[in-house]
Design a protein. Structure first.
Length: 21
């Protein structure tokens, strides 16, 4: 997703980055 300042975006960004299982 996009790297915005919203918590959801942070989680989505982490999942896309592969940091979240």
């Amino acid at each position: 997703m996009a790297s915005t300042n919203t918590p959801l975006s942070v989680v989505f960004d982490a999942e896309v980055d592969g940091c979240h299982p």
